[in-house]
Design a protein around this ligand. Structure first.
Ligand code: ATP
Length: 282
């Protein structure tokens, strides 16, 4: 199977450079977390790969072929974004059948099973579903569609905690039974931290990091203790952030976590959210 290769991709909207020379590979059968602050360029990247907008420059290849205006290639992708791509007046049940026409591997029985698990009112018109249920409905289609690359832009936005948990569980079950690639753009980093294998961090239109979650977590650590001890420890280190409360200070550092303990200092690994916040601040 093929991977997606984004090469030197730039996209401007007037004077706004939403993506700047992005180069990236999205491999088969992996779950990616696409992380970035508001306006970083996540949706623009997903829209570009899924042929919803045209790049200003650069290429996106699937194997040897360009993804742009290439229906054959796009059949391998499924994108859940803000837009609903179903005829407005269809009910959820009909919309399932309608999807099957376009995606021959769509698993209708599995979709129905999920509809019942999430208690989607399938007789309601899709346009009349509540915001959360519209999202759930789109996610169910995405999990049932059986294409190699599925892109989910903010898939849990508007979902209550129970439904978010149920969604992550369904996604992992589906992935372990029948792996595909899932690229999940989200602000709820801690919720996906244990699900994603690779992390792509975008900052102001540029790729800051694209690597495995585990190797990313190994790139940083935090040090906490009396301010003077922390300052001394940090002298020759790459510090990406500091917190201070009273005389206690925490420093967030890029580099390999020291193996030995240091008297008076607590040295810990950073969690993904902390690392993300510190890396993308400013
Ligand atoms: N159609 C458009 N017209 C003009 N500017 C746009 C358009 N789409 C996106 N932008 C701009 O491009 C930049 C990137 O936006 P994008 O929606 O890709 O960010 P994002 O990372 O998905 O943000 P968020 O997390 O807030 O959804 C922003 O500055 C945004 O205002």
């Amino acid at each position: 199977m093929n991977s997606i290769n984004v090469q030197g991709l730039s996209k401007s909207f007037g004077t706004v450079e939403a993506l700047k020379n992005v180069t990236l590979t999205i491999e088969e059968n992996k779950i990616y977390g696409l992380l970035g602050r508001n306006g970083a360029g996540k949706t623009t990247l997903l829209n570009s790969i899924n042929n919803r907008i045209f790049p200003t420059s650069g290429e996106i290849l699937f194997g040897e072929k360009s993804v742009i205006e290439n229906e054959d290639v796009q059949r391998n992708f499924f994108f859940v974004g803000e837009q609903l791509l179903f005829p407005e007046n269809m009910n959820a049940k009909k919309a399932i059948r309608w999807t099957k026409e376009f995606y021959p591997h769509f698993d209708e029985d599995y979709a129905k099973e999920l509809m019942s698990l999430f208690e989607v009112p399938i007789k309601k018109k899709v346009k009349s579903l509540s915001t959360g249920y519209k999202t759930i409905f789109k996610n169910i289609i995405a999990l049932s569609v059986n294409v190699p690359f599925v892109f989910l832009d903010e898939p849990v936005l508007g979902l209550d905690a129970n439904h978010r948990e149920l969604f992550y569980k369904a996604l992992l079950e589906k992935y372990s039974n029948s792996p595909s690639t899932y690229v999940i753009s989200t602000h709820l980093i801690e919720e996906v931290a244990n699900i994603v294998e690779d992390v792509i961090i975008i900052k102001k239109g540029e790729i800051l990091r694209a690597q495995s979650r585990d190797s990313l977590l190994e790139t940083g650590y935090s040090v906490t203790g009396m301010a003077n001890l922390v300052d001394q420890f940090c002298q020759d280190k790459e510090v990406i952030g500091l917190d201070a409360l009273g005389g206690i200070k925490s420093a967030y550092i890029i580099g390999e976590k020291p193996r030995e303990t240091v008297d008076g200092l607590d040295i810990s690994t950073m969690d993904l959210q902390k690392l993300f916040v510190k890396m993308t601040n400013a």
